[in-house]
Ligand binder design. Structure first.
Ligand code: ADP
Ligand code: MG
Length: 315
């Protein structure tokens, strides 16, 4: 069964259960409105040795940072601020004390930089592989929440950074080049936490998600959940140095924010973002009225037929 098939089964089997005030699954975080104009956000991500990382290519300090960063990215994608985390690890007997210490230092350093506290977790042994699961709790004002389901026909589609560095870095790592700039980005991605908060406060920003599986897959989530289509101009995709277009679209793990925004507000939004963060936003396309989540890829105006999908782990 694929990852998405598993999630579909969850939707089917759990549909009748009480929601206890939560919004259902499907977005970057689960949302619990507290009734005072604020909501709590919850997200979890699991990293498994051999699937998400290799022990000999991802140093423990970087892995500690990455395990947290990928969750901070999901809270940022909702327009929220991360406040606390739960860290659960399964460690096999051949993991050294030095490895564990370095892993925790990486997790601790990023926690300090982001102002989040470690509230709990679980520690257990495993037979062979390392597994790390992080849960992050975030907070936000209700009016700042950005959902995948709020894209509107006519919106501009925007990415908040260059794409493809992580995928190119994975290629470097697998080829034995452990110290390239892209390999470092793959091992220790940076979540756009300040950018997510800033975008969350802007009413002209409608739908938002983070790019964990790749644009081809994550844009489809916005289209499906907003019941819209999309047109993307391939020549406007910002490609990271040392990467390429297909990697930028399908490589995954870039953790840049992807959002849609009212077209009339776009020029001012781009100017304000650049003066705040010193980096540009990249408008790459338009939300369309197609109800069947069709994504049309245009290369200088010419339609490109493709079966691009994001990276999909098998469940
Ligand atoms: P993301 O890439 O933002 O982490 P995913 O694509 O992994 O999101 O997950 C899509 C949605 O399915 C999310 O809302 C997530 O919480 C939910 N989900 C994924 N796996 C499970 C699971 N095992 N149990 C319950 N919900 C899940
Ligand atoms: Mg996400």
């Amino acid at each position: 069964m694929t990852e998405f098939g598993f999630i579909d089964s969850i939707r089917r089997l759990f549909a009748e259960l009480p929601d206890n005030g939560f919004e259902g699954i499907g977005d970057d975080c689960a949302v619990l409105p507290l009734g005072d104009g604020t909501s709590l956000l919850f997200t979890a991500d699991l990293l498994t040795e051999g699937i998400h990382f290799l022990r000999n290519t991802t140093p423990p300090y970087e892995l500690g940072r990455k395990a947290l960063a990928v969750n901070l990215s999901d809270v940022a994608a909702m327009g929220g601020r991360s406040v606390a985390t739960l860290l659960s690890v399964a460690l096999p007997p051949d993991v050294s004390d030095e490895w564990t210490e370095a892993f925790l230092r990486g997790y601790r350093d990023l926690s300090a930089e982001e102002g989040v506290m470690l509230a709990g977790g679980d520690t257990t042994s495993s037979r062979h592989d390392i597994t790390v699961n992080v849960t992050v709790v975030g907070r936000t004002a209700d009016h700042c929440i950005k959902r995948r389901s709020d894209a509107r026909a006519g919106d501009a589609i925007v990415v908040a950074g260059v794409l493809g560095a992580s995928g190119a870095g994975l290629r470097d790592l697998l080829a034995g080049n452990l110290d390239t700039p892209n390999a470092r980005i793959h091992n220790a991605p940076v979540a756009q936490t300040a950018e997510g908060l800033w975008l969350g406060e802007r009413t002209e920003v409608h739908a938002m998600t983070d790019l964990s599986d790749g644009l081809a897959s994550d844009l489809r989530h916005i289209a499906e959940q907003s019941h819209v289509g999309a047109t993307v101009d391939l020549e406007r995709i910002p490609i990271a140095p040392g990467s390429d277009l297909v990697t930028a679209l399908t490589g995954g793990e870039d953790y840049k924010l992807l959002f849609t925004a009212a077209p009339e507000a776009l020029p001012a939004l781009c100017r304000a973002f650049e003066s705040r963060f010193g980096r540009p936003l990249y408008p790459i396309g338009t939300v369309t009225e197609a109800e069947d989540d069709t994504i049309v890829w245009l290369d200088c105006g010419r339609r490109v037929e493709t079966d691009w999908r994001g990276y999909e782990h098998n469940a």
